[in-house]
Write a protein that binds this ligand. Structure first.
Ligand code: APR
Length: 232
């Protein structure tokens, strides 16, 4: 393959594992005995808003005690140095890519440090706990919720992501189990448009067979080595 110019990178919970943020489906993936699939739904929010808000309050508070690791920093280094197009798409709702310094970054599943008004669509930077029935500062509706894309909801930025995948020469997936669509299907889209595909993950993901190349190991080791090689 000739040197890639347009790179799309997808990250998942595995890239933040070495920072001390638990993955969803690995050890520590349960929270107060609940599976993530039982908490992160519109139905759960309607039936038990206290539980859902408490879950995200705990995760937002945890961010104060974690730092970007070598993998986040390496991707920020690549972003700063790469002369071609580059898009980092993360499924993560933590702010570790942001704090590492990545700027060509999209959070497709929302962000812990943001609140969403379901009435007017306002998205507001949010640092502290978010009790149910908090009023929207824009329209006054007492229904601010975590700005998280729940199961069954449409991820953010899909048109931009699909356009980038269609132009990609190289698609790299890092630290994601490949269990959740549409992100799990990005490798197939990228391949369809002719991109080379590489997976960097601790274990083979559910979609591992779709990748031309898979490297298994911790992101904190594999990602800096890959970035060094790409930057030559
Ligand atoms: N380095 C690289 N990969 C790792 C590491 C590590 N140190 N530790 C774990 N992994 C891998 C695991 O092998 C697993 O394949 O990261 C993956 C994490 O998978 P999940 O917990 O399923 O997380 P993710 O793929 O991001 O989940 C997707 O599901 O719950 C929803 O919306 C949520 O964005 C999330 C989505």
């Amino acid at each position: 393959m000739t040197a890639p110019r347009n790179i799309v990178i997808l990250t998942g919970a595995g890239i933040s594992a070495e920072s001390g943020v638990a993955t969803f489906r690995g050890p520590g993936g349960l929270w107060e005995g609940h599976r993530v699939e039982d908490v992160c739904t519109p139905q759960a929010l309607a039936q038990d808003p206290e539980l859902v808000h408490r879950f995200y309050d705990a995760r937002r508070a945890q961010l104060a005690g974690v730092e970007p690791n070598a993998a986040h920093l390496a991707l920020a280094r690549l972003d700063a140095a790469w002369p071609g197009n580059l898009l980092l798409v993360t499924q993560n709702v933590d702010d570790l890519h942001d704090r590492a310094g990545s700027s060509r970054l999209l959070h497709m599943h929302g962000e812990l440090k943001s609140a969403l008004c379901p009435a007017c669509g306002n998205r507001i930077a949010w640092e502290d706990a978010l009790p149910p029935e908090t009023e929207c500062p824009n329209c006054g509706t007492p229904a601010l919720r975590p700005d998280i894309v729940f199961f069954g909801e449409m991820p953010y930025h899909m048109a931009t992501i699909e356009a980038a995948l269609a132009q990609a020469d190289l698609f790299v997936s890092i630290g994601t189990s490949g269990a959740v669509y549409p992100a799990a299907g990005f490798v197939q889209t990228a391949r369809h448009y002719g991109a080379a595909t590489l997976e960097l993950n601790l274990d083979p993901s559910e979609g591992s067979l779709w990748f031309e190349e898979s490297r298994m190991g911790p992101a904190g080791t594999l990602v800096p080595a890959w970035v060094d090689a790409v930057l030559g």
